[in-house]
Design a protein. Sequence first.
Length: 197
Amino acid sequence: MSVFLPELKYGLDKLNPFLSAKAMDFHYNKHFVNYVNAANAIIKGTEYDSQSLRTIVKNSSGALFNNAAQVLNHEIFFNSIAPRETPVPPQVEALICKNFNSVAEFKEQLFRVASSHFGSGWTWLVLDPATRKLDLRNTVNAANPITEGLAVLLGLDLWEHSYYLDYQNRRPDYIKAFLDHIDWTYAERHYLRNTAK
């Protein structure tokens, strides 16, 4: 297999009450696993078989893109959250303040952008590696900003399967809860990876 299910850095029950163990079990062990299995079934015996997940996402289309991108998207989402919000590293806080004035204002803007998203998709904190400017982007279905040359620092899953067991139609409550569970160390790691010279 060239696409793997990444191990979670926390137990399925450690995000409660943000996300219940039941919701996490469905999301990780069923939805995520299905994307991994589907991507590998399509990849088998093709030129993509030996390529990295990000390379596949950047260069594929159709069913392969949809499934491979959803694997990457979920990997980013599950790494973007933690049982409780981690401290914002100074370098990331300075960048957030430069682009959004403050961490608090960044969260307000993320809430507005995510709440405005219609249908299934994602909200991303993205970095333009050339300008080192941050932005918030919504994408639909499986789309990921890496196909536009952007780096993703954080991702929020807005597909119903990510929140419906716990929040039903209260998507804004789910988005608000996400803001209290951001893993800023993950954002820092990807910022450094994409700005290293």
